[in-house]
Ligand binder design. Structure first.
Ligand SMILES: [Zn+2]
Length: 238
């Protein structure tokens, strides 16, 4: 392969990663058109490579590729959202079981360091970063199983559920997720597979509830909408 082909491939990879990130952060809203020509010009790659990036995103459930129309950012339905979370729970229970079986102080150190990053992002009010780090915690755990295929499936399902949370969910404090992640580490440390599985199961159900609970409610109240842009002042301490 020539150097220029290699750099084209790299830029194709970059286009895929940039689009994935933008979709997961809801910067590109569901339904947004993704014309191959515009994307090719922006990333400086051929339409063929853009098509490949879009096909990959489509296989991950992040993009809808029509036969004649241009691709669009996927709009997961409520039903698809529930299916994705059910698969995520099944995969992550297995992850917890496997990681509990091969637990070591090195793994604990890595996970705790990651949680510290989550905590500081959350405390600094960096919501997008803390959400991303929260998702990466799960990918890190999947890596620790040593099963590359399981890691790949978890990576993919995390993309889907993160899009769903961005579409259907509300910004909420990451404090609950953080506490649940710490609880899981304690169970893994004990080598208690059943307990670890149970904690993961409850955690993903809680994440799903936080994401979907408001999906079919009345439109949000003005104050709730405004809170997303500027939090209300904390109540005076008693
Ligand atoms: Zn989590």
């Amino acid at each position: 392969m020539s150097d220029s082909e290699t750099s084209q491939e790299n830029r194709g990879q970059l286009a895929y990663a940039a689009l994935r990130e933008a979709i997961m952060e809801n910067a590109l809203k569901p339904g947004t058109k993704l014309p191959e020509g515009d994307l090719g010009a922006h990333f400086g790659v051929s339409r063929t490579l853009i098509r490949a990036a879009l096909a990959r995103l489509a296989s991950e459930g992040l993009v809808d590729v029509g036969k004649t129309k241009s691709a669009t950012v996927a709009q997961p339905s409520r039903e698809e959202a529930e299916e994705a979370f059910a698969v995520r729970r099944a995969l992550e229970r297995e992850v917890a079981r496997l990681v509990a079986a091969r637990w070591s102080p090195a793994l604990e150190k890595t996970l705790r360091a990651h949680i510290e990053q989550e905590r500081s992002a959350s405390e600094a009010g960096q919501h997008k970063l803390s959400v991303r780090l929260g998702a990466e915690f799960h990918i890190l755990l999947a890596e620790m199983t040593g099963n590359a295929l399981l890691r790949r499936y978890v990576f993919e399902i995390l993309g889907r559920t993160t899009l769903i949370i961005a579409v259907h969910g509300q910004a909420h404090p990451q404090a609950d997720s953080l506490a649940e992640h710490l609880e899981l580490i304690e169970a893994l440390k004990k080598g208690d597979r059943a307990l670890a599985e149970g904690i993961v199961d409850r955690h993903i159900i809680a994440v799903e509830d936080r994401a979907l609970s408001r999906a079919e409610e009345e439109p949000a109240a003005l104050a709730d909408i405004l809170t997303r842009f500027a939090p209300a002042p904390a109540p005076a301490s008693r």
